[in-house]
Design a protein around this ligand. Structure first.
Ligand code: IMP
Length: 202
């Protein structure tokens, strides 16, 4: 059966990454806007996985397609995991330039080994029969001393990847997709979806 995938996000930066990664599924991939779904979804879960499922479920209730949603964020160890599930809402109203500078400032007394952080991404998929799949992956890094780079979005300029000697805003999008939390969680979800779709065609 021919399905389409709706990704429950309004974030164009994310859609760009998602389309690149899921391209070889050979399926139509739509954003909520393209699917003409207008919905305010309250992300009131306490984990990334719960929030991803809440978002996917809300859109699935309307369209019954394959609906994917992600929930992601930056967890900074020195800040006891903040901003975590509140990453999008952290210092609401402020620009990322200000948010990023604030995080760096909050770590001013941290020792080098205390600057560890990770980007976490959970993906949930609700399938046409209502069953739910989950994946979760992360990428480890350090909070930079200065923001750097213009690729990516959000906290990318302050997320330093020691193996590359660069922030995730300084590496090309293709590379970021390969190593990022969202890239890895999406790849894992793509494998799960392939299994389900192959099973359907047998
Ligand atoms: P979500 O849209 O609810 O998943 O919120 C994720 C928030 O976490 C974003 O608005 C960013 O602030 C942050 N975030 C998640 N992934 C990334 C990334 O790859 N780079 C930079 N910031 C990210």
């Amino acid at each position: 059966m021919k399905h389409r995938i709706i990704f429950a996000t309004g974030n164009e930066g994310k859609m760009k990454e998602i389309r690149m990664i899921l391209a070889d599924l050979g399926m139509e991939i739509l954003s909520m806007k393209e699917a003409k779904v207008q919905l305010e979804i309250e992300e009131n879960g306490s984990t990334f996985g719960e929030n991803a499922e809440i978002k996917a479920q809300a859109v699935w209730n309307i369209t019954k397609d394959i609906v994917l949603a992600d929930d992601s964020g930056l967890a900074v160890d020195y800040l006891n995991g903040e901003p975590g599930v509140y990453s999008a809402r952290y210092m609401e109203g402020a620009s990322y330039e200000v948010k990023n500078r604030t995080i760096i400032e909050r770590l001013k007394d941290a020792k080098e080994e205390e600057r560890t952080a990770r980007f976490v991404c959970a993906i949930a998929a609700v399938l046409p029969d209502g069953s739910v799949l989950h994946t979760e992956e992360c990428v480890e890094g350090l909070i930079a001393h200065e923001p750097a780079g213009t690729n990516g979005f959000g906290y990318d300029p302050i997320f330093y990847l020691p193996e590359y000697g660069k922030t995730s805003a300084q590496i090309p999008l293709e590379k970021k997709n390969e190593i990022s939390h969202r890239g890895k969680a999406l790849e894992a979800m793509k494998l799960k979806l392939k299994e389900v779709l192959q099973g359907e065609n047998q």
